[in-house]
Ligand binder design. Structure first.
Ligand SMILES: Cc1cc2nc3c(=O)[nH]c(=O)nc-3n(C[C@H](O)[C@H](O)[C@H](O)COP(=O)(O)OP(=O)(O)OC[C@H]3O[C@@H](n4cnc5c(N)ncnc54)[C@H](O)[C@@H]3O)c2cc1C
Length: 227
């Protein structure tokens, strides 16, 4: 779907290019990447949680402190050990094994991602801590391949939530991930992204038409257009 939307739009996509700084200079944001490229943008949207990235903003932007809950994801191609689950045969193990939240339990869930045949399966494990080889050797009777990912999954929620602003600088620097204090899923992030796109359409283009027709008389009027 993402590829379809991008092909349908008249956009230039720079994949695998990390932005290291965003500085505002008279109507333009200058974005500098670690590849040494520089881009001048009238509008800039930050669409990644700011807690764990190292983007330098000039002037500085301020967002409330927020910690991300990390989920360790381990993909294993191999076969589970039924003895570890108190069972006789691997076929007795359910497709999804979930646990209660207990620091003594080494994983939160194990599920089947792909079954090649009865003895060759790819599993997905979620855990609060990294899964060590010793632990995996206990849970699996055979392991062909193991991939570990440490994911900053969602904010560590603490009510009442304090939200970062969606407009970071009062101009045209937007922040989609402010929404994640309400909910952090692909669907809600897509809604937040659409809201930011609508905000840009409303603010940027009304500002352009107001200034071109000399109608911009007061900040109240601009605020009214925002709303
Ligand atoms: C283990 C796990 C399981 C999940 N399961 C589900 C689920 O079942 N259902 C669901 O709805 N949601 C799920 N989520 C949540 C979902 O993945 C996120 O809510 C969603 O991906 C957030 O989208 P995003 O576009 O805001 O951020 P991301 O998907 O994190 O995208 C941010 C992008 O920004 C890029 N980036 C970061 N820094 C820079 C930089 N300096 N310059 C340029 N690019 C940069 C990153 O490389 C990344 O591509 C899960 C999350 C995790 C971690």
């Amino acid at each position: 779907m993402a590829a379809g939307l991008i092909n349908h739009s008249d956009v230039l996509l720079h994949l695998n290019e990390e932005i290291k700084s965003i500085s505002y200079q008279e109507k333009f944001y200058e974005l500098n990447s670690t590849m040494g490229n520089s881009y001048l943008c009238e509008v800039t949207v930050v669409a990644t949680p700011l807690e764990e990235v190292n983007i330098h903003f000039m002037p500085l932007v301020s967002v409330p402190d927020r910690k991300l809950q990390h989920t360790h994801v381990t993909f294993v191609r191999g076969l589970l050990n039924p003895v570890c689950f108190g069972l006789q045969a691997v076929t007795d193990i359910p497709e999804l094994v979930g646990t209660i939240e207990d620091p003594n339990l080494p994983f939160s869930s194990i599920s089947i991602l792909k079954r090649y045949n009865e003895k060759d399966i790819t599993y997905k494990l979620f855990s609060r801590k990294p899964m060590t080889d010793a632990l995996l050797d206990n849970i699996f009777s055979m392991r062909k391949d193991t991939i570990r990912i440490d994911w900053g999954a969602y904010p560590f929620y603490r009510a009442p939530e304090v939200f970062a602003p969606f407009i970071l600088d009062g101009q045209h620097l937007y922040y989609v991930n402010a929404f994640e204090n309400a909910a952090s899923t692909m669907e809600t992030s897509a809604v937040a992204a659409e809201n930011v796109a609508r905000l840009i359409l409303s603010r940027y283009f009304s500002e352009a038409s107001l200034s071109s027709s000399n109608l911009r008389t007061s900040t109240e009027e601009v605020l009214h257009v925002d709303l």
